[in-house]
Design a binder for this molecule. Structure first.
Ligand SMILES: Cc1cc2nc3c(=O)[nH]c(=O)nc-3n(C[C@H](O)[C@H](O)[C@H](O)COP(=O)(O)OP(=O)(O)OC[C@H]3O[C@@H](n4cnc5c(N)ncnc54)[C@H](O)[C@@H]3O)c2cc1C
Length: 475
């Protein structure tokens, strides 16, 4: 979700809010005293050292591991796996909303196995260590005159974490990050590092490119890249009806195209991104990043206080959004800084029914008067051959519904999820959903093949947690 691109006219909004805003904004704030001594968090591990609790980015998932490991290299990783006395869960940067990571045992991070090696401009390929943040990947490739083919709208994920859930950006002809992987190295529960690609251990390769951290620990991948390129991003507000009507036309006209629908409003933000030659970039001052989050938060607070004005306020805010264009190196345009905490449900439906599904969601929010103002993001992504990818053998339209981290998301998502099912939707593995193994088996032709490969890689369930047992149907 890219809030920075949705610029509300904050000054007007604040003016309009008046005294009501103060009341709404201060309600529920907790008194704070500097005399209160915080309790030391965590527990004391077997080695006598404190082990801190873990929480994900939005704070909806947490756990207290008994051990945290951050191996320095593959040898240390192998030793840790071979000597493991208890289950291990891998963590990337904790940006998943589903319970993929939580464990009461060992939490293992590859944060020290990071970097990009063997950049090859002839083959347009590079090796990426799994602990590399996507932001670092973008910068390192740029230094080698390369760019990623496509990316998500933030760049703080670890490469291994993003790979595990088929993290994606947008683009009719462009697949997920997993589809950019040519080969990878993965450590199994026996501590063996296995290499795989489409021609070598092909089943493992098809399973490992969306592995949920259930097959072992991915240490490194060889990825396909492109020659370094610049991007031009243009965003503009249009009517909701125009946005839905023109979705396919705009998708076909741009390398990347996405939409942000405004619940309870009559508007939709369109964002197109295309390659541009460096010499064609106008010398305009960089776009000010603005304070869209604060403006949206203000709007949400105000609507809580004046719910009968919800539609009017949303349309009023949307009316203040000016068209905007920005330019930059590919990784700078793809990856946005995000400190707007929210929870999220995302499903991918077949591309051809995407706008229809989005329309039904927006109508349901209005009809049921669901108290949400957070924009809904919609993106087109190319189909692929990764066994558990939401885009497996079909081009997809992903619809992402959010709510602020401190607002109730459960009722909202419960009202929306059945609409996704009606359109044959498949959930993003890293986002909130309520499906279990039976339902995944019905959605994924190769589900049992994935389970078979998992059992071969990890026969005794070293890498499992409760959530994986539920979604993979392992007793
Ligand atoms: C603000 C925000 C924006 C987002 N934007 C997008 C987006 O644009 N597109 C999109 O598709 N998703 C998006 N996501 C979701 C996110 O990309 C995925 O949930 C991703 O998996 C998170 O990566 P991570 O590094 O934080 O991994 P974590 O959440 O820490 O872990 C995810 C999974 O990866 C496994 N894992 C991590 N490292 C390894 C490894 N080395 N080997 C094996 N398994 C491993 C973990 O065990 C776990 O199962 C967004 C999330 C947030 C919070």
């Amino acid at each position: 979700m890219n809030f920075d691109r949705i610029k509300l006219n904050r000054r007007d909004l604040l003016k309009a809010s008046g005294a009501a805003l103060v009341a709404a904004g201060t309600a529920g704030t907790t008194a704070c005293s500097d005399n209160v001594k915080p309790q030391s968090p965590g527990i004391i591990g077997k080695d006598g050292k404190r082990v801190l609790p873990w929480s994900n980015w939005s704070g909806n998932q947490h756990c207290q591991p008994t051990q945290r490991l951050v191996p320095k290299n593959e040898d240390e990783l192998i030793t840790a796996i071979k000597s493991a006395q208890q289950p291990i869960r891998c963590v990337g940067s904790g940006h998943s909303f589903s319970a993929l990571v939580p464990t009461g045992h060992t939490l293992l991070s590859l944060a020290r196995l990071r970097g990009v090696d063997n950049t090859d401009l002839n083959a347009m390929e590079a090796d990426v260590w799994a602990g590399t943040r996507l932001s670092q990947l973008g910068k390192k490739l740029w230094a080698a005159d390369m760019s990623v083919i496509n990316m998500s709208d933030i760049d703080t994920q670890a490469f291994g974490g993003a790979l595990a859930t088929s993290t994606h950006g947008t683009g009719k002809t462009l697949g997920t990050l997993s589809t950019q992987v040519k080969s990878l190295r993965i450590a199994n529960a026996g501590g063996d590092i296995i290499e795989c690609s489409a021609d070598n251990n092909a089943d493992l390769f098809h399973a490992a490119r969306n592995n949920l951290g259930a097959l072992g620990v991915v240490t490194k991948a060889r990825i396909r890249t492109e020659k370094a390129y610049y991007l031009k991003e243009h965003s503009w507000m249009m009517s909701e009806e125009e946005g839905l009507e023109r979705a396919e036309e705009l998708r076909d006209a741009h390398r990347h195209y996405e939409m942000y629908a405004l619940p309870h409003g009559d508007y939709m933000l369109g964002i197109s991104i295309d390659k541009i030659a460096q010499e064609d970039i106008p010398s305009v001052p960089p776009v000010e990043s603005g304070d869209a989050y604060e403006a949206f938060r203000t709007l949400a607070n105000l609507i809580d206080y004046l719910p009968f004005l919800r539609s009017w306020l949303v349309n009023f805010g949307a009316g203040g959004v000016e068209p905007e264009t920005r330019y930059g190196p590919s990784h700078e345009i793809f990856g946005n800084l995000r400190d707007i905490r929210f929870n999220e449900m995302e499903y991918t439906v077949p591309a051809e029914v995407g706008p229809q599904c989005l329309r039904e969601i927006l109508q349901t929010i209005k009809k049921e008067n669901i108290p949400v103002v957070f924009p809904i993001e919609a993106r087109y992504i190319k189909g692929d051959d990764v066994w558990l990818s939401p885009f497996y053998q079909r081009d997809g339209f992903s619809i992402s519904c959010h709510n602020f981290h401190d607002k109730d998301y459960k009722k909202y998502f419960a009202a929306i999820e059945p609409i996704f099912w009606k359109y044959d939707g498949r959930p993003h593995w890293g986002k909130i959903h309520t499906l279990d193994a039976k339902e995944f088996a019905a959605r994924y032709e190769r589900f049992d093949d994935f389970r078979r490969v998992r059992a071969e890689m990890d026969p005794h369930g070293l890498f499992l947690n409760d959530h994986l047992r539920k979604v993979l149907g392992i007793v």
